[in-house]
Design a protein around this ligand. Structure first.
Ligand code: IPM
Ligand code: MG
Length: 355
């Protein structure tokens, strides 16, 4: 089959790691007889520098004309003034809204070979394997905001509608069906009205899935239980801002941010796939970034947008083998151990796939 993939490398280490993800997809193409056509687009700080906007129209059109989007990272010290009118993050937020990417899926699975890399005790971590599903186009990140009283008062608005809650909770229940059939819906229903609507709606959706057990947890308690009993979670579903915070917390369970992929999914097959780490400007251009988060994001692209499950598993297996054989980029290596570069890690994984 033929597939069109938009590649938005963005800033910092974004282009370096997406180049490796692309290389791995090319290897998948060769091994399984698919043709991938990659087309590059500008996003983030680099787009601000060259086009004056974080998401040029041409990039949006390119994404709309593609089967899926491979995304790197946006941002860096150069564009870091929070009061600036144009900011790199706007590119990502506009893409999410424009492509209808309402659900952000972050699988957090502890790589056994890296159990010592986490700051949390191995005994607590053992068996950790969860999906965090974050609502991505609603809530306080997209509500009305502003200033009044001559700038001395600021407000942000959190808004949710029933359909927005229903679709993401449904997706969580569907995902749980393919796993341990347990969903934890996270809210702050003891205080927030949006959370009360969230809980009501989640409870109603849960009735459509009698085979899935749905429990509710307050977000503050969830933050605590994530590091206390991480292995007990299967699928967590929550609203946009809670999900933003909890997914960063959950990522630490896997040892390194460099390892984790994410999928931002729309109705239908469109998706945007990005490692959860940022643009890491401090190590950009040195060839030492860990490409595994980007490569595993390419595996999610194969699975969720292209429905190529065997190919997705082959990529995941190749990554696991590489780690089991002891190959490490600097971020996941023991202090004095030998390490490989971004390029070597990507090349090794791609070679295994061709073999
Ligand atoms: C993420 C990032 C983004 C978010 C930023 C870059 C706007 O932190 O994907 O979690 O908060 O949604
Ligand atoms: Mg975040």
């Amino acid at each position: 089959m033929e597939y069109n993939i938009a590649v938005l490398g963005g800033d910092g280490i974004g282009p370096e790691v997406t180049a490796q993800a692309r290389r791995v997809l090319e290897a998948v193409g060769a091994a399984y007889d698919h043709r991938f056509t990659f087309r590059e687009g500008l996003v983030g700080g680099i787009a601000i520098d060259t086009e004056g906007t974080a998401l040029p129209d041409a990039t949006m059109e390119l994404c709309r004309a593609s089967d899926a989007v491979l995304f790197g990272a946006v941002g860096g010290p150069k564009w870091d003034d929070p009061t600036a009118e144009v900011r790199p993050e706007q590119g990502l937020l506009a893409l999410r809204k424009g492509l209808g990417l309402f659900a952000n899926l972050r699988p957090v699975k502890l790589e056994p070979a890296l159990i010592e890399a986490s700051t949390i005790k191995a005994d607590v971590l053992r068996g950790t394997d969860m999906f965090v599903l974050r609502e991505l186009t609603g809530g306080i990140y997209f509500g009305e905001r502003g200033r009044r009283d001559e700038g001395r008062t600021a407000f942000d608005t959190m808004i949710y509608t029933v359909p927005e809650i229903e679709r993401v909770v449904r997706m969580a229940c569907e995902l749980a069906r393919g796993r341990r059939k347990h969903v934890t819906s996270v809210d702050k229903a003891n205080v927030l009205e949006t959370s009360r609507l969230w809980r009501e709606t989640a409870t109603r959706v849960a009735r459509e899935y009698p085979d899935v057990q749905v429990e509710h947890l307050l977000v503050d308690a969830c933050a605590m239980h994530l590091i206390r009993r991480p292995a007990s979670f299967d699928v967590i579903v929550t609203e946009n801002m809670f999900g933003d915070i909890l997914t960063d917390e959950a990522s630490m369970l896997a040892g390194s941010m460099g390892m984790l992929p994410s999928a931002s999914l729309a109705e239908g097959s469109m998706g945007l796939y990005e490692p959860i780490h940022g643009s890491a400007p401090d190590i950009a251009g040195q060839g030492i970034a860990n490409p595994i988060g980007a490569i595993l994001s390419a595996a999610l692209l194969l699975r969720h947008s292209l429905k190529l499950e065997a190919e997705a598993q082959a990529v995941e297996q190749a990554v696991q083998n590489m780690l089991a054989e002891g190959y490490r980029t600097r971020d996941i290596a023991e202090p004095s151990a030998e390490t490989v570069s971004t390029d070597v890690m990507g090349t090794l994984i791609a070679e295994r796939l061709r073999a």
